[in-house]
Write a protein that binds this ligand. Structure first.
Ligand code: PRT
Ligand code: ZN
Length: 286
C-alpha cells in the first residue's frame, strides 16, 4: 500500500464530480464500492480518501494524506503547511463581502464598525488588517447569506459564483477578498517514490487541462489568403497547410486557445477561410 500516493478528495459536494471527471480524463478510474471512504484506483498507484473538504488541508499537512484536491479558499483559510502545486480550472468562485442593497458604499472605510458574518474569519480578518478596517467578525458555519435579513449582522463575507444567492437575499457585492478555484496540494514531506507518482499525476493533469483550454481547427483557405490566415492563427507552432484537390485552395489545421476562439474565428472568416471545423482536443502533450 505504501507505494500508492494517498490523494484526499471531497466526499460529496461541489468539487466531487469535477474531481473524479479530471481523474478519469487522466486515465485514473476510481471504483468506490458501497461509497467507502477509501478506494484504490485502477491502472495508477493511487489510494483515494473521501473527506469533507474542510478536513483535506489538515490531513495533508499531517501526512495522513500525501496530496489533496480542494478549493484555494479552504487552504488559505485553514493556514496549514501544504504545498499548492497546480490550479485545476474548476470550482471557480470568489470570497466577497456583501452588504444590503440600500447601503451606500464607496470604499473599504465604510466597513468600519460594521458586524460581518462569515465562515471565513481568517481571510476576512486579513482583509480588514490589509485595509485598516476595524469591524466585528461573527463566525457562523452555514446559511451566512441570511444573517443580515434576520438582524444577526450588517453584512456577510461568503463564497459567490453566479451572484444569485446574494441577489435573492437583497445583498450586493462590495469587495472581493479572494479569487479561488480548485487546486492540487501536497505534503511538503513526500518521499522520492511518492514525488515521482505525483509528478506523473501532474503531467497527466496538465495534459488534460491544456487540452481543455484549446481547440483544434480545420478550414479551407484560398491560396491568395494563406498569408493573412496564418498571420491570424495563434497556434503552438506554424499551422499545417495541405493542398486541396481543388486548384488554388488549401486545408489549414491549427490549435487555438479557447479564450481567443470567437475573435480568431471572426478574423479568419473575414480573411476568406471557409468550411471551418472546430474539434475538442482530448489530451495535449507538449
Ligand atoms: O461537505 P463539505 O464540507 O465537503 O462541503 P461544503 O459544503 O463545505 O462545500 P461545497 O461542496 O459547497 O463547496 C466546495 C468548494 O466549492 C468551496 O470551498 C469553493 O471552493 C467551491 N465553490 C465554487 C463554491 C461555490 N462555487 C459556491 N457557489 N462553494 C460554495 N458556493 C455557495 C456559497 O457558499 C453560497 O451559498 O453557493 C452559494 C453562492 O452561489 P451563487 O452561484 O448563488 O453565487
Ligand atoms: Zn466544507
Amino acid at each position: 500500500m505504501s507505494n500508492r500516493l494517498r490523494l484526499a478528495i471531497q466526499k460529496g459536494g461541489r468539487l466531487s464530480e469535477s474531481t473524479t471527471d479530471l481523474l478519469a480524463a487522466c486515465g485514473i478510474k476510481i471504483s468506490r464500492p458501497d461509497r467507502k471512504l477509501r478506494a484504490l484506483s485502477e491502472h495508477f498507484e493511487l489510494e483515494v480518501l473521501f473527506l469533507r473538504d474542510d478536513d483535506i488541508p489538515g490531513y495533508v499537512a499531517d501526512g495522513v494524506a500525501d496530496a489533496g484536491i480542494v478549493g484555494e479558499n479552504v487552504i488559505l483559510e485553514k493556514g496549514k503547511q501544504v504545498a499548492t502545486l497546480d490550479q485545476l480550472g474548476f470550482a471557480k468562485c470568489r470570497l466577497a463581502i456583501a452588504l444590503p442593497r440600500s447601503f451606500e458604499y464607496s470604499s473599504a472605510r465604510d466597513l468600519n464598525d460594521l458586524h460581518i458574518a462569515t465562515s471565513y474569519p481568517g481571510l476576512l480578518q486579513r482583509f480588514f488588517d490589509e485595509n485598516a478596517v476595524s469591524a466585528t467578525i461573527h463566525e457562523i458555519s452555514g446559511s451566512v447569506e441570511i444573517a443580515p435579513g434576520i438582524g444577526l449582522a450588517d453584512g456577510i463575507c461568503d463564497i459567490v459564483s453566479s451572484g444569485s444567492t446574494l441577489i435573492s437575499n437583497g445583498l450586493k457585492e462590495v469587495e472581493t477578498v479572494l479569487e479561488s478555484q480548485a487546486v492540487l496540494i501536497a505534503s511538503t514531506q513526500l518521499s522520492d517514490e511518492k514525488r515521482q507518482i505525483i509528478d506523473r499525476l501532474r503531467f497527466r493533469i496538465q495534459s488534460v487541462m491544456k487540452a481543455r483550454q484549446h481547440r483544434y481547427i480545420l478550414m479551407n483557405v484560398p491560396n491568395s489568403s494563406l498569408e493573412e490566415v496564418t498571420g491570424i492563427l495563434p497556434g503552438m507552432k506554424a499551422p499545417t497547410i495541405m493542398p486541396l484537390s481543388e486548384e488554388g485552395w488549401s486545408s489549414v489545421h491549427s490549435v487555438i486557445p479557447e479564450h481567443a476562439f470567437w475573435d480568431v474565428i471572426e478574423s479568419l472568416k473575414a480573411a476568406g477561410a471557409e468550411g471551418m471545423l472546430v474539434v475538442p482536443i482530448e489530451k495535449m502533450v507538449l
